[in-house]
Design a binder for this molecule. Structure first.
Ligand code: 8IG
Length: 277
């Protein structure tokens, strides 16, 4: 499904950072908050966290902000919020993720991250629902992302932009998260293009090359966040064991159900971690 209306990021002559700056100005105007300190992208299952982080001072459809697209999927809420933590930090909560598999190009995928950076955020917290490869994990379990393997064959960087990705998922922030919950395990996130889930053979490949988590969102966003100079914390909710690790077929409904069940626990975990940032 392609829409025929023009989008500012679809014209290759447009500067994506200029669009992000305009979007940040929109957010400052709508929220009355000049700068945000932390940005949080909510993936499947993480939606309730926003309520626990602090006081929501503004909540508005992402479509009111330059360059944001309407959500492609029910369960992916297209709302942006400004939340003030008890310590007085302003958190921009992004409930509207554009996925690579929507086919709108990587500029639109990372627009929310670039907008968050342009809004002042120095910390980017990325959450997602994903498949688990490690045998000891169970659906409903949150894990930290320690590193990633980008299997999309694409990048948010344009031209000869050589960006270092060492410690992309900040060791410092992971340590803070583990202080809040010492039981948190971590793993390497493999981003597949999707939208189909993997074959069992693809999951075996991911495992062989060092992957522990399979998903469709976070690696491209993390690269853009690093380019913008942000410090990154990544969480995956294991909603299902990856294909072939679990013997039953994967279903979107299973993913939704696991997310709903885990939501109270992981949301409070996330809120406590953000309170420590
Ligand atoms: I939720 O098993 C969720 N997202 N690629 N594989 C991939 N993405 C996912 C999966 C999964 N589960």
């Amino acid at each position: 499904m392609s829409d025929t209306s023009s989008h500012p990021l679809d014209d290759p002559r447009t500067d994506p950072f200029g669009v992000a700056a305009t979007a940040a100005a929109d957010i400052a105007r709508i929220t009355g908050v000049e700068r945000h300190d932390i940005a949080l992208t909510l993936g499947s299952g993480w939606g309730k966290a926003a309520d626990l982080i602090g006081e929501t001072t503004a909540s508005f459809p992402a479509t009111e902000v330059t360059g944001f697209s309407a959500p492609a999927l029910a369960g992916h809420v297209g709302t942006l919020r400004s939340v003030k933590t008890p310590k007085g930090k302003n958190v921009l909560v992004i409930g509207a993720r554009t996925h690579y598999y929507e086919g709108h190009g990587v500029r639109r995928v990372v627009h929310s991250v670039r907008t968050a950076a342009a809004s002042g955020a120095r910390t980017m917290v990325l959450t997602n629902g994903a498949g688990g490869i490690k045998a000891q994990w169970n659906p409903g379990q949150p894990v930290l992302i320690s590193d990633h393997i980008n299997l999309t064959g694409d990048s948010p960087l344009e031209g000869a932009t050589f960006i270092d990705l060492t410690d992309l998922y900040s060791t410092r922030l992971r340590d803070i998260a583990r202080r809040v919950d010492p039981t948190l395990d971590e793993g390497v996130y493999c981003q597949f293009r999707g939208p189909q889930y993997e074959t069992p053979a693809e999951v075996r490949m991911a495992k062989t090359i060092g992957g522990h988590i399979v998903g469709m969102s976070t690696a491209l966003e993390a690269i853009a966040a690093r380019q913008a100079g942000m410090e990154i914390l990544g969480f995956s909710l294991i909603t299902n064991m990856a294909a072939g690790i679990q013997t039953t077929p994967l279903s979107h409904q299973e993913v939704i159900d696991a997310g709903r069940e885990a939501e109270p626990v992981i949301s409070s975990l996330l809120a406590r971690v953000i309170g420590e940032l």
